[in-house]
Design a binder for this molecule. Sequence first.
Ligand code: 3PG
Length: 308
Amino acid sequence: MKVLVATDKPFAPVAITQIREVTEKGGHTLALLEKYKTTQELHAAAADADAMIVRSDIVDAALITAAPRLKIVVRAGAGYDNLDLQACTARNIVAMNTPGQNSNAVAELAFGLMIYNARGAFDGKTGTELMGKTLGLHAFGAVGKCMARIASGFGMKVFAYDPFVDKKSMSEAGVTAVDTVEDLYSSCQYISLHIPANDKTKNSIGEKLLSLMPIGAVVVNTARKEVINEAELVSLMEKRTDMKYLSDIATDNAELFASKFAGRYFFTPKKMGAQTEEANINSGVAAARQIVDFFATGNEKYRVNKPK
Ligand code: 3PG
């Protein structure tokens, strides 16, 4: 079978070496398409692919039509909002993700953003410390758990809201579980978002929640920009001059932030939460193993779309 790694944002070379090893050991061939410029290029490369490994690359109905042999697509990462699950199901294609494989990298970036902000972008002036501050984790999945572990080293007081996770596992991780999302936002100076982007969560973080945050509020978004209601965030930051927004990828209103909120925001130039060698190896190799296993045994663990 032909396994195509199609990534606009390439994996580290060391990860590609290991992905190739796993794929070839499984009896398959590996093709590589990196930094493609157009969707046509992506579609052409997918024309004879039996399996695909992607990152945030768009897998939509058009790509699926262009890939008549495709049987499985694995998103090497956690969030699969870039996959059209219905289109995959309609063509009987198995869609998977690799949960947890890049979560430490994302959590480390979130702390990097918080430190950078607390120390005034390393400008040499007096900053603040994270120790003793309140951190609210909006969702307690794989990244949330890494956040809790790192936060305990910093001496932060950690709260979490996640209706899908039992409170016992939160307290075992040293985290105070709160009953409502409103409780989380009103209790914490720092809020870190770890929710997926889906129909329920898109635009869900707006003035209603953010305005509950105490003075000195810092919102850290290493999830997806789509979960923020940007218009409401902007209007709140105009009123709340204490509020800051740190995000792994620019908002749609980046120029407006630059003109209005200097020193109160930071955006990475490219989504880079999972962009470490370790995360590339973990998620890329996991994806390759899942594909090899799927072809060898039919194992559909980590499948995220419904069967036909
Ligand atoms: C994820 O959902 O796993 C992260 O956002 C990583 O995305 P990336 O593979 O595009 O860096």
